[in-house]
Ligand binder design. Structure first.
Ligand SMILES: NC(=O)c1ccc[n+]([C@@H]2O[C@H](COP(=O)([O-])OP(=O)(O)OC[C@H]3O[C@@H](n4cnc5c(N)ncnc54)[C@H](O)[C@@H]3O)[C@@H](O)[C@H]2O)c1
Length: 342
């Protein structure tokens, strides 16, 4: 099969993982890089052997024959670069969160439809090895019908050291981590019927909220609680692990610290460690997240080749809806019916 030619737009922190993730496949070819500051793109180009480097996005689009672009720039530029690519008939892979606000996310999906290009969101958290395994266990029926789920991402990790721009966001944890955590809720339990959310800002040095608690009734009847925090000073710092507890009629499944899955039924408890793949380019401390990039990318690659894909723009828009319905709920201190949140 012909290799798909792509360019990366945005050569910052996350490109150091996103690019080698793609290069795990021999079905894609990274042909060009673009960044606002040329020197940053040149440095990334040296590392990955890419010679065609741009600081002008129009020139990139005009000069290169591309099948798709991978957008890894600041969130508020995602729509602009998507529009540019779509107008050229180039398919778009874009980082989460899709856009800086709900309306821009809608426009981003629409512009791709208008120009008949495919849109995929690089939503990797649902591709974490322990999360995939947990889902298999839920689907196996080992705990019977699930009735309750708790998905937790609570940490005191200084996330602003690697990503200083996060300090400046008016809306922080729900757009950043919430995009992942609420997507995991959808992956595990399906769509939400109603949602209620409370937020707080604990760290006085940031603009947005760093704590959010979202409570949802899912279509399958599960009561789902998604808790996220960057203000949690806990006995054991587990960043960037997501912990999950699912209770069902016949037992429970607990994804707990260090990738341990504990399944408890009336017959007792069995335990298993589900470790992530240790690619040589990942930081082992963040292995569970970094290695999940590859699962997301390989699934997107299937989509680009005309097959099914989980994290299409349409699918991810449902996660975006949960994020912005959560803000609406927190701002108005109300429960949101998802069918009314268009
Ligand atoms: N999937 C994940 O787990 C994950 C993790 C981290 C970051 N991200 C996402 O990746 C994206 C980038 O985050 P990051 O941490 O790499 O940020 P970053 O600030 O380190 O990198 C962004 C890069 O984009 C460039 N850029 C910004 N605006 C630009 C513009 N107008 N034109 C050209 N270049 C521009 C910057 O120069 C920088 O090199 C964000 O959407 C973020 O949410 C995803």
């Amino acid at each position: 099969m012909k290799k798909l030619r792509f360019a990366v737009m945005g050569c910052g922190f996350w490109s150091n993982f996103q690019i080698p993730g793609w290069l795990e496949s021999d079905e894609v070819e990274l042909v060009a890089l673009y960044n606002r500051t040329l020197a940053k793109a040149e440095k990334v180009g040296e590392r990955f052997g890419v010679q065609r480097i741009y600081d002008d996005p129009e020139a990139l689009m005009a000069n290169e024959e591309l099948d798709f672009i991978d957008i890894i720039t600041d969130v508020d530029t995602h729509l602009k670069f998507t529009e540019m690519a779509a107008q050229k008939g180039v398919h778009v892979v874009c980082q989460k969160p899709m856009a800086a606000n709900y309306e821009d996310a809608r426009k981003l999906v629409e512009v791709c439809k208008k120009h008949h290009v495919q849109l995929f969101i690089n939503e990797n958290f649902r591709w974490q090895a322990p999360i995939r395994k947990l889902k298999q266990y839920i689907d196996s029926g080992v705990i019977g019908r699930p009735f309750k789920g708790r998905v937790s991402f609570c940490s005191g990790f200084p996330v602003f050291d690697n990503q200083p721009f996060l300090k400046e966001l008016d809306r922080f944890i729900l757009t950043d981590v919430g995009s992942h955590i609420l997507d995991i809720c959808r992956f595990l339990f399906g769509e939400a019927i109603t949602l209620q959310c409370l937020t707080q800002r604990v760290n006085p040095q940031i603009k947005g909220e760093d704590v959010a608690n979202v409570f949802m009734l899912m279509e399958n009847g599960v009561h789902c609680y998604a808790e996220m925090s960057y203000a949690s000073i806990l006995e054991k710092e587990l960043f960037p692990q997501t912990l999950v507890l699912v209770e069902g009629e016949k037992g429970s499944i607990h994804l707990t610290a260090d990738y341990e899955i504990r399944i408890s039924t009336r017959a007792g408890t069995q335990s298993e460690i589900v470790k992530p793949v240790l690619y040589d380019w990942i930081d082992p401390e963040y292995a569970v997240v970094h290695s999940s990039i590859v699962g997301a990318q390989m699934d997107i690659l299937k989509g680009l080749q005309g097959g099914p894909c989980e994290t299409t723009g349409d699918d991810n828009f449902n996660t975006v809806r949960l994020v912005w319905a959560s803000y609406y709920s927190a701002d108005h201190n109300c429960m949101v019916k998802m069918e009314d949140f268009i």
